[in-house]
Every structure is written in C-alpha cells, then in structure tokens.
Design a protein around this ligand. Sequence first.
Ligand SMILES: C[S@@+](CC[C@H](N)C(=O)[O-])C[C@H]1O[C@@H](n2cnc3c(N)ncnc32)[C@H](O)[C@@H]1O
Length: 207
Amino acid sequence: MFNLTKEDLGRRILGCGDGPAAFNATLTKCGGRIVSVDPIYSFDTSQIRSRIAGTYETVMAQMHKNQDDYVWKDIPSVEHLGKIRMSAMEDFLADFGTGKQDGRYVTGELPSLPFESGQFDIALSSHFLFLYSAHLSAEFHIQAIQEMLRVAREVRIFPLLALDGASSPYFNAVKEYFSTMRFSVDTMRVAYEFQRGGNEMLIIKPV
Ligand SMILES: C[S@@+](CC[C@H](N)C(=O)[O-])C[C@H]1O[C@@H](n2cnc3c(N)ncnc32)[C@H](O)[C@@H]1O
C-alpha cells in the first residue's frame, strides 16, 4: 500500500487509524520501530475480540454483495479474504496487551495526536482518510494531515478513493492546500490493489 522500502521500515513509523491490523505486530517482530494510534485502543483485548466476532458476518455479507468492486487476484475469494483478515486480527490480538504496555498501541484520534512534534519519520494512514469522505469533511482531512505532518516528517495516505470507488471529493482540496503551504504532494502508484482502482497513495512532505 505504501511502497515501503527496507530503509523506510528502519525509520520511526506512526500508523494512524491502524485498528485491529497486524502491521505493528509484524514490524515489531522484525525489529522495526512503530507506534499505532486509534480510538479503539481504549478497549481491552477481549472487548476488541468480541467486537470483531460480532461484526464478522455483517462484513462478510457486505463483501459478498459488493464483490464486483474488488480485484480477486492475490485474494481469490470472499472466504479466503475472511481467513486472511481473521488471521491478521489474531496476530494483532496476540500482540495488543504487551504492545499497549510498551506504548506501541496508543489511544487517540485525529485531528489531535498525543505525540511530540517530530517524534516520527513517517506517518501512515490506510483505509481511513479519503476512504470515509462521506463521513469526514474537507476541513477534517486538512487538519488531520497537518497534525500528522507536525509529528512526522512525511505523510503517506492510501487509498485515494472513497468507499463508493470514486476519487475522494477532497483530494484536490488537500493537494492544493499543502502545495501552497510549501509541501511536495505526490501521487504514486503502488503494487497493492484490492478495492478496484485503489492502487495509488499520496505522499506529502516538506519541499
Ligand atoms: C477501516 S479501519 C482501517 C484499519 C487499518 N488501517 C487497515 O487498513 O486495515 C479504520 C480505522 O480508523 C479508526 N478511526 C476512526 N476514527 C479515527 C480518528 N479520528 N483518528 C484515527 N483513527 C480513527 C477506526 O477505529 C478504525 O480502526
């Protein structure tokens, strides 16, 4: 999703809205330095586990209904997707208690982050900014990205599409705002594409 190189993976990474994903657990095992921030981290492992179990059938039913909106290449079927997701969530759940104690899972939410300025090298957002354009305003996007740029030297966002598969209506406003604030704003093609057409990320950093 983010074209992260070996060098990038050695930098101090912040994942914004990481949710119950396995990236933090996996990168930590490989010796990386990563912190994830999400409002759901206020709950404990068993609460998150039961929330995942409680929404599983609904999520799977939605995926069946909307299968044509996704590319079934690396992931061949909805059933396979279910297995991959549950396995990733199990990796997250197994790591969450220790990771929270170690300060790798932090409760917080954009557009205000509980971190020092410049604490990270890269701040990532996957499947949150742009994707939920129907629920979050252009102002929220700009404030959130500004905050990510306060705590990190570089921001990467994936994908650039909203949930309906169209480009986010806020993409141009975000690009224009940060370009005029003397940041470079570049769209880059990535290898990952699951949501059909969702194969680009945005990189914003100081010029
Ligand atoms: C669709 S999930 C994406 C999870 C993960 N990044 C991924 O790509 O699989 C969206 C996540 O955004 C989190 N979220 C919601 N509001 C947020 C906010 N204001 N700031 C940061 N994260 C938020 C949710 O709790 C949820 O975990």
